[in-house]
Design a protein around this ligand. Structure first.
Ligand code: TXA
Ligand code: MG
Length: 478
């Protein structure tokens, strides 16, 4: 299917024709671009799920023109808060979860008894709804990707999968609507969004926090979201000096940075995009920034953001979902990971000798070609014993079995470094060659088959190298 990008009144007319024919089309709203289809047609709605690759358990939002039109999709009596909220915030980026009419196909509601409704303020969205009727519309991205805030983003994700994109320029808010469930008391904030919590709470009083049960009622929140191709690290920091210091210590040359303007200016790296000044601009630029940086094919995108204020809450919410779970900011105790091939000799010996140094940073070990559960080589056990370390209880494990993010991944050879990049790409920026870290050149060779003396020499060398790197790894202890 060829995807055409159209604009203006003629574009709206053409889009309405496609919708009446049962097809989804992309259109701008004040938040993000939506992929809209006839809200009363199960077949049209199922084409939305197909085009996006969206899991069927994630319901759609129905977009209406005004408060009166709500009654076409929601079952009266409406919850008492519906009218005051609609009067105050519609048209605008607030979505209300209401009891559904049977007329709304089950596929739109993902089988729920409720329907999410919102009344957009964007003139192009309004013109389309006026021409084609209520639209069931999720954000117009491939499932799991950052939401599109520009027509080109929609084309990138859905080109060839939908007939038409109505281009209305960049969207205004940049993050999606705020979703609240007012079917209960107190109402629940299901998704922080473009309309700040404080504005809603001025009408409703304090909003409830979603627990496991309410998350089930907003099933989309369970799926991975907003993710560019590169893994994302969310750094909860906006002090330029601190981000700069963090970057110097952790980042690799092929990492990209998305951060408030002062931070971008301080860190000064080539692959960077600005979140501007303050939460409103950050929300506008967040998804576009992730997509733009992705085009460099960085090994990782680091996003520095901290503010919880206003729409800052939505920015934090999106970042928490976009960030890869292995991200280094995870609040786990730091550890060193020594890596060799089989994890039966060099790396367990290095880890055991390191742990004798009592640096305060523990070491673990793993192998790029290791099986699970093999004991250390007897010669390695003997060599360790001579240096006061214990290897009898060691059991080998592959890289994939390591939980958490090591401070550094210390390898013996360059081949192992390459294997680590393949097996755990999220650690790419943390890999160091042991002897280089110790200020030497060369690799740490495998003593296998060269007799006990070779293992004893290895243990002595390792001890020397570890003492040399100790200061670099654990400076506060030195
Ligand atoms: O700003 C927006 O809301 C954009 C534009 C296009 O309007 N739309 C949007 O749709 O973000 P989508 O599908 O990406 O997100 C809809 C959210 C999901 O988190 C979904 O789980 C929730 O609304 N939702 C939809 N129907 C629901 C229901 N009946 N109960 C609870 N949550 C619901
Ligand atoms: Mg979405």
């Amino acid at each position: 299917m060829q995807t055409r990008v159209v604009q203006g009144e003629a574009g709206v007319k053409e889009a309405a024709e496609w919708i009446r024919a049962g097809w989804p089309v992309a259109f701008p709203t004040e938040t993000v671009y939506g992929l809209g289809a006839d809200a009363f047609s199960a077949e049209a709605a199922s084409r939305i799920f197909l085009a996006k690759g969206r899991p069927a358990d994630n319901p759609l939002i129905v977009h209406v023109l005004d408060v009166d039109a709500v009654l076409a999709v929601a079952e009266p009596p409406l919850p008492p808060l519906a009218k005051p909220l609609a009067d105050r915030f519609w048209p605008g980026p607030l979505t209300l979860v209401l009891p559904a009419r049977d007329a709304v196909p089950a596929v739109v509601r993902a089988g729920l008894a409720t329907v999410a409704v919102r009344c957009p303020s964007h003139p192009v969205a309004r013109a389309l709804i006026a021409a084609a009727g209520p639209l069931a519309a999720p954000s117009a991205n491939r499932a799991g990707r950052p939401s599109p805030t520009r027509a080109e983003d929609v084309l990138e994700d859905l080109g060839g999968r939908i007939p038409l994109i109505l281009d209305g320029g960049p969207t205004w808010n940049g993050v999606e609507s705020t979703v609240i469930d007012i079917s209960q008391d107190p109402p629940l904030l299901l998704r922080p969004g473009a309309l700040p919590r404080a504005a809603i709470e001025a009408v409703t009083g304090p909003l409830g926090e979603p627990d496991a049960g309410s998350l089930r009622r907003s099933p989309g929140t369970r799926h991975r979201h907003y993710a560019p191709v590169a893994p994302v690290t969310w750094l909860e920091e906006d002090d330029p000096e601190k981000v700069w210091a963090w970057w110097r210590e952790h980042a690799a040359a092929d990492w990209a940075l998305l951060a408030p303007a002062p931070v971008v200016a301080r860190v000064g790296v080539p692959w960077a995009a600005s979140l501007g000044e303050g939460p409103v601009e950050a929300a506008q630029r967040l998804f576009a920034g992730l997509r733009d940086l992705d085009r460099f094919h960085p090994a990782r995108i680091v996003v520095a953001w901290r503010s919880q204020e206003g729409v800052g809450e939505a920015v934090r919410n999106r970042l928490a979902k976009a960030a890869t779970p292995e991200s280094p900011e995870a609040t786990e105790a730091p550890f060193l990971l020594f890596v060799c091939t089989g994890n039966t000799c060099r790396s367990p010996l290095a880890a055991a000798l390191w742990n004798r140094l009592n640096t305060g940073i523990p070491a673990e070990s793993a192998g790029v070609g290791a099986v699970l559960g093999a004991p250390a080589a007897p010669e390695a056990v003997a060599a360790a014993k001579r240096h006061g370390a214990e290897l009898e209880t060691h059991r080998s494990r592959p890289l994939q079995a390591v939980v958490g993010t090591p401070l550094w991944v210390v390898v013996m050879t360059r081949d192992q470094a390459r294997a680590v990049v393949r097996q755990r790409p999220e650690w790419a920026g943390r890999i160091r060659l042991l002897r280089e870290l110790a200020g030497e050149e060369g690799e740490v060779e495998d003593p296998l088959g060269r007799g006990q003396a070779a293992y004893d020499i290895l243990a002595s060398q390792l001890e020397r190298w570890l003492v040399a790197i100790r200061h670099a790894v654990a400076p506060e202890d030195a």
